[in-house]
Design a protein around this ligand. Structure first.
Ligand code: FAD
Length: 427
């Protein structure tokens, strides 16, 4: 008889039980597993007083964890909730539980990959994929040959595309550990409650069940996928785009699950430009993940991955504050910024415009804008957020040196009847 093998499954942005490569591998290789989630001080207890997470995302995250805890408990398992620095907390737990290894989903952004590196120095860390549609070994080029522009990336990866099949949901998650800390509340975490706004595009609820319900509803019941390409630049209501990003960012849904749902719809209902376009947008997410893997900390530098111009404007705090509060001279920008502040959401069209305005019209530092988004966005993801901001600031992957939008024209085109502006500027 071999000695009992215990493993820790370190939960990160993968808050689901289905289609989870790290869990599947841990269950194959261990006799029992304990799940662990760390509320890291860098996010929840930042020393410089700049909060990195608002009530919107914090609530969504706690809802997601509460559901996952139920799913794990139903299968005989446990989640240990810890607070502090990730690597310190996990290394303590590994010793106390007597685990011989730790399993986790591989992440792409700098801090997360640094945690992986440090944890691997302390224990056997087994990283599984699961965040994206495909991984390093699926790429038709070496990561260090990653095309600098999206269209070239897309053409290359689409050529020999093969997306992995979905993974099974585990039946049983045996665990003998019985000292689990309770899931903290918002109050325990020092985050203020936020109230909902009846104008918000959707009443987002964290967790795998809500994510799947919305995926089914938007694609099948509301039948929105068939016209997504025409509606995706909308700004009002639940249907213009998929609104899947909060569930994708927390990993309540995997990108692979979304991909196979698109395929099913194409087989059973219709395959057209719109159905392709949702996949196309998921490729942007992939692109920024690999950009982040390749460039590490540069995504968070003012000079970006171009390392072009380290002397970009630092900006003026009052101007920045007016932008954050939606008190600029531009009503289209203001309406978007108010929507963000009141709901944690902004459409892609809005994000493009307010970012362009901050950088190119107000001459402010793009990093300050990106950090504000990090704080407020319900769907914050380091690679997509900093990748898109860098792109618009001209220090990322845009082949054009300056991507400045004409705000008047954009507002006229995308909000011709002022419906969006009236909605958010009315009180
Ligand atoms: C300045 C700026 C900051 C952004 N910050 C984030 C962020 O923190 N988190 C985030 O998930 N997205 C971010 N995006 C990308 C995009 O705006 C959102 O993914 C999208 O608006 C989410 O809405 P949706 O799920 O309805 O998208 P849909 O239009 O339905 O697209 C489906 C999915 O494709 C992916 N996607 C779509 N557009 C992009 C894009 N430009 N870049 C990367 N992935 C994309 C998302 O996962 C999205 O859920 C940012 C864009 C800009 C311009």
């Amino acid at each position: 008889m071999h000695p009992m093998i215990k493993g820790i499954v370190w939960l990160r942005n993968d808050l689901r039980i289905s289609d989870h490569p790290a869990i599947s591998r841990a269950l194959r290789e261990c006799d029992e597993v304990l799940f662990a989630y760390v509320f890291d001080d860098r996010v929840w207890n930042s020393k410089n007083g700049v909060s990195r997470i608002s009530g919107f995302r914090a609530r969504f995250l706690l809802e997601s964890l509460a559901e996952l805890q139920e799913q794990v408990r139903d299968r005989g398992g446990k989640i240990e909730f810890l607070q502090g620095r990730t690597v310190d907390q996990l290394s303590k737990l590994i010793k106390e539980y007597g685990a011989s290894r730790c399993y986790a989903q591989r992440e792409d952004a700098w801090e997360e990959t640094q945690d992986e590196k440090h944890l691997a120095e302390i224990c056997e860390l087994i990283l599984a994929e699961g965040k994206g549609l495909f991984e390093n070994h699926d790429l038709p080029f070496d990561l260090n040959k990653l095309p600098g522009v999206f269209s070239s990336f897309r053409r290359k990866v689409e050529k020999n595309l093969s997306i992995r099949p979905l993974m099974e949901v585990p039946d049983s998650l045996p665990c003998t550990w019985d000292e689990c800390h309770e899931l903290p509340t918002l109050k325990d975490l020092g985050v203020d409650e936020v109230s909902s706004d009846e104008r918000q595009v959707l009443s987002f609820h964290g967790g795998e069940t809500a994510g799947h319900q919305w995926l089914k509803q938007w694609i099948w019941e509301r039948d929105c996928l068939k016209s997504y390409k025409e509606t995706r630049n909308g700004m009002v209501g639940s249907d213009y785009s998929s609104k899947l990003s909060p569930w994708l960012s927390t990993g309540c849904l995997s990108a692979v699950q979304v991909y196979w749902e698109i395929k099913k719809y194409e087989e059973e209902r219709v395959a057209n430009e719109s159905t392709y376009w949702l996949f196309f947008e998921l490729l942007w997410r992939e692109f920024f993940r690999f950009v982040s893997r390749l460039n590490g900390p540069k995504l968070f530098w003012r000079s970006g991955i171009k390392e072009a111009d380290g002397t970009r404007p630092k900006g003026d705090p009052k101007t920045l504050q007016r932008w954050k509060e939606g008190r600029t001279a531009n009503d289209f920008v203001n309406a978007n910024m108010i929507e963000l502040a009141k709901s944690g959401w902004m459409s892609n069209r809005g994000r493009q415009n307010v970012a362009s305005y901050l950088i190119h019209d107000l001459g402010q530092d793009w990093l300050a804008g990106a950090r504000h988004f990090e704080h407020l966005l319900l769907d914050y993801d380091p690679c997509s957020n900093y990748g898109n901001w860098m792109y618009l600031a001209g220090v990322g992957n845009d082949p054009r040196p300056v991507r400045a939008f004409n705000l008047e024209k954009q507002a006229e085109y995308y909000d011709p009847d002022h419906k969006f502006r009236t909605l958010w500027l009315c009180n």
